[in-house]
Design a protein. Sequence first.
Length: 182
Amino acid sequence: MKIYTKTGDKGVTSLIGGTRVQKSDIRIDCYGTVDELNSYIGLIACQNISLVYQEYLKAIQDRLFTVGAYLASDPESSRMKIPDLNDFDIKFLEDQMDEMATELPELKHFILPGGNTVVSYCHLARCVCRKAERLVVQLSLQSHVDDKMLIYLNRLSDYLFVLARKLNLDAGTPENIWNPRQ
């Protein structure tokens, strides 16, 4: 099987279900940004971090494939069974944040991205996640989007922020606290 099909050479592509759309369509932008996010998550997971976090990130990557498949489907014509997110997926992120928070100092300042390389990758992923969330909100104004997709992306960006703080703590790296000029 060849990876190239030549069917997108004129700027159109197919959604799951067969509908052809411009590659600039908001739906394509949504799942493309989720794919970009997934790549950053993969980058974080292959850094020198706890195997537990690596496992959690792999599970998150799996959920992001679910989100991407949902977004790549034409809600009007797709008959393909797409995996779905469930309340447990959202609760998992919340539980992990709550667990990490027990070890973190109280947040009293804004945190500037950075600290060390893996933490910087977390902040990049968080920013891409927020962008994906904004795009999916925009899509939801034009087409039905399952609420769990938006909730999951919202929680995931929070998770990535807390993970960045926890990885800074684990590495003994001070947080970059924003001290505005007076």
